[in-house]
Design a protein around this ligand. Structure first.
Ligand SMILES: [Zn+2]
Length: 230
């Protein structure tokens, strides 16, 4: 069902009164959204394939312990990540966290002592106004009642865009990019990123966290694109 007037509103405004006159529509397929749904319809959401468990070889021999990935990397999820990361559609962080609860029984209450998002460099965060990984961390924190400890991990220098880099170049790009400002005493941490490709970023984060005293660092991401595709 097409809704051309709604197109003007679908990406910007979610307000119950505005919704009466200009019902919001799905960002992916343009159908009208049912009350309570934002950004994406149930159909499109259910069509995003769950991650099939096949990890790129570049993720082997990394410093993190277990890895949880929600979705296969395909067009719908690529669009949703873009909306979360660059268009401030923060509701998506809640959608991803709810999906994690349904999918991963081992992310249980009390399993982790803290949730730590992959940090942005301070100037990047200031420009964007938020950190998408921190939004996912906060949404998971509400579900699991585990505290978010963003202050545990800092990005201490800006890093270049990794889109066109090989694993080796990414590893070099992330070398010593993160630091823990203090000793940490939690035994198990869940590290959050939106997208994991070669694992260079979360590897560097896990190294810094373990150096600071944490025993086990598991990682969670929404999706895992192949190296040439992110
Ligand atoms: Zn849809």
């Amino acid at each position: 069902m097409q809704n051309t007037i709604g197109k003007y509103f679908k990406r910007q405004i979610f307000d119950p009164i505005v919704d009466v006159f200009f019902p919001p529509i799905c960002y992916i397929c343009d159908c009208y959204l049912h009350p309570g749904h934002k950004i994406i319809c149930e159909n499109c959401w259910s069509e995003i394939p769950a991650f099939d468990g096949k990890l790129d070889q570049s993720l082997s021999n990394r410093s993190f312990d277990n890895l949880f990935i929600l979705f296969e990397f395909e067009d719908k999820i690529r669009q949703l990540i873009h909306l979360l990361k660059y268009k401030r559609h923060l509701t998506l962080a809640q959608y991803f966290a709810c999906e994690a609860k349904l999918r991963f029984s081992n992310l249980q209450y009390g399993s982790y002592h803290a949730i730590v998002p992959v940090p942005l460099y301070k100037t990047r965060k200031r420009e964007r106004g938020y950190n998408q990984s921190e939004e996912i961390a906060n949404a998971l924190s509400k579900i699991y009642q585990i505290p978010v400890k963003s202050e545990h991990l800092l990005r201490i220098r800006p890093t270049s865009s990794q889109t066109k880099m090989s694993r080796e170049q990414r590893d070099l790009n992330m070398l010593d990019a993160f630091n823990c400002p203090q000793k940490n005493h939690e035994k198990r941490i869940l590290l959050i990123d939106d997208v994991i490709t070669t694992g260079s970023t979360i590897d560097a984060c896990a190294k810094a966290l373990k150096k600071s005293g944490i025993n086990e660092v598991d990682a969670f991401a929404v999706t895992h694109p192949p190296l040439e595709n992110n």
